[in-house]
Design a protein. Structure first.
Length: 487
């Protein structure tokens, strides 16, 4: 029973294997389920966020494009042919500056490219005569009605020029310098959301506007992987990084006419918050599942291992020939049936062993009886041989010395010797059976035996009758000897 008290969870034990297998299966199922769910959640989340950001970027790009188109329409109104005098043109420019805050300066050029009027919100310059004939702002309008210049910087502010030809032959053109700081109004945090970052870059990757006013306009953003991919015309990059090196989820929309790019981004740590929450929930469920699996596995393993341990102890008892041991299992299943079969087998072995012991005992008694018969036969043979030897000795004594040995005495001594031998044999058996009474019995039963030494012809150890007989014979033997030796 000491085996049952050993630790259940031992190396290579059934209990440990069962619990580990059960817990491992539960952990595997939960881990696979959590992993697949997390992966699908990750893909769906990133795809949804990327699509949402892409929609925001597209919407912002379309709004900017519409704003620029609206500015062109208003500038085209100021170039109408009905304004024939300088005063009318100045009035139209002043009204245009009021209606379009993004316009910083308006310049009227004549057909030869000479400046006729320059109007800002601070000053009005007329008939300056500055020659723009070689400037793209004049040359481009000679080939097409509207020209949009690349972005340039005046200090820290980005600018763009819109040049538009007047109606009529050699009627000149109007040049409008646009301050692009208005772009920041399209990507203000209140419009795009607190979790998003938006910015606009020009054809060379320089920053035109940013939702965070702390970022300096004109900064080179071409080193960012998502910006570099768009500038090169490569496939859009969904996972990019910000200037600080943090991973971001990025989406882009282009304004093809100006070759600008609108980016909407979200820090990956923020974008994947639902995935992180799912991972936390999955980890919690996994820990709970492991705990429940350990508890359930322990209970189930105990219900299985305890009966098996009882069977193990019973088998060891049978191995030790303890056929009276019975296995007690109350499981109401196959293990209980197996225990009952073990008990029936022990009953059969106990019966067979008892019958075998009885047969062995009977055989031992028969062997002892036969041994006694053999010994009695041997004793009888010995007595016959002893009698024959005594007769021969008596004849020899008579022939050599003329001494007559009483035959009746020899015969009586033969019978006494046989009785003594039989008594010695019985005494030995009694001593073997009752060793605590052996000395007393031997002292009362052992006879004094007669043995004649053939060399000296004297008794070595004789009974009183034989000694007296020998003494009665000795004088005659000496007298006869003297008579034979006389003259």
């Amino acid at each position: 029973m000491a085996t049952v008290g050993k630790s259940w969870f031992r190396r290579n034990g059934l209990f440990g294997k069962y619990v580990i297998s059960f817990v491992g299966l539960v952990v595997l199922v939960l881990a696979v389920n959590g992993g697949l769910e997390t992966w699908f959640m990750y893909r769906e989340t990133t795809q949804l966020l990327a699509n949402a950001q892409s929609e925001k970027a597209e919407s912002t790009a379309r709004r900017i494009e519409q704003y620029v188109t609206e500015m062109e329409r208003q500038i085209s109104w100021a170039t109408r042919a009905s304004a024939t005098t300088l005063e009318q043109r100045q009035s139209d420019y002043a009204l245009l500056l009021q209606q379009v805050p993004a316009i910083d300066r308006l310049i009227q050029l004549d057909g030869a490219g000479k400046e006729q009027l320059r109007l800002t919100r601070r000053e009005i310059v007329t008939a300056s005569g500055i020659d723009y004939s070689g400037d793209p702002r004049f040359k481009e309008t000679q080939l097409k009605p509207i020209w949009l210049s690349p972005v340039y910087f005046d200090g820290l502010d980005p600018y763009m020029t819109i040049a538009m030809a007047h109606s009529g032959r050699n009627a000149g053109s109007t040049v409008a310098e646009i301050n692009l700081k208005f772009l920041s109004t399209f990507i203000e945090p209140d419009q795009i959301g607190k979790d998003y970052i938006a910015y606009i870059v020009g054809p060379t990757g320089r920053l035109l506007a940013h939702s965070d006013s702390a970022n300096r306009l004109g900064s080179n953003m071409a080193d960012l992987p998502q910006v570099a991919a768009e500038l090169k015309g490569d496939e859009s990059v969904t996972f990019g990084r910000d200037p600080d090196g943090h991973s971001v989820l990025s989406a882009e929309a282009g304004i093809e006419r100006m070759n600008w790019h609108v980016f909407f981004e979200q820090p990956l740590s923020t974008a994947l918050q639902p995935v992180y929450y799912l991972l936390f929930r999955t980890g919690g469920l996994l820990a709970l599942g492991i705990g429940l699996a350990v508890l359930a596995g322990t209970l189930l393993a105990r219900q299985m291992v305890v009966p098996i341990r009882a069977l193990q102890v019973g088998a060891r008892q049978l191995e030790a020939s303890d056929f009276g041991y019975r296995i007690k299992v109350k499981a109401a299943d196959e293990i209980e049936e197996l225990a009952e079969r073990f008990n029936r087998m022990a009953d059969q072995l106990q019966g067979s062993y008892g019958a075998l012991e009885q047969k062995v005992e009977e055989l031992e008694q028969q062997v002892k009886f036969l041994s006694d018969q053999v010994k009695a036969s041997n004793e009888a043979n010995k007595k016959a041989q002893t009698a024959a030897a005594l007769s021969a000795n008596a004849k020899h004594i008579h022939a050599a010395h003329g001494v007559t040995v009483d035959g009746g005495l020899i015969e009586s001594r033969q019978r006494a010797l046989g009785d003594d031998l039989l008594g010695a044999h019985q005494t030995l058996r009694f001593c073997d059976r009752y060793p605590h009474r052996a000395w007393r019995h031997r002292s009362s039963r052992y006879p004094r035996l007669l043995f004649l030494d053939r060399t000296h012809r004297t008794p070595i150890y004789a009974s009183g009758a034989v000694v007296a007989r020998q003494q009665s014979i000795s004088p005659n033997r000496s007298t006869n000897h003297r008579r034979s030796s006389g003259p």
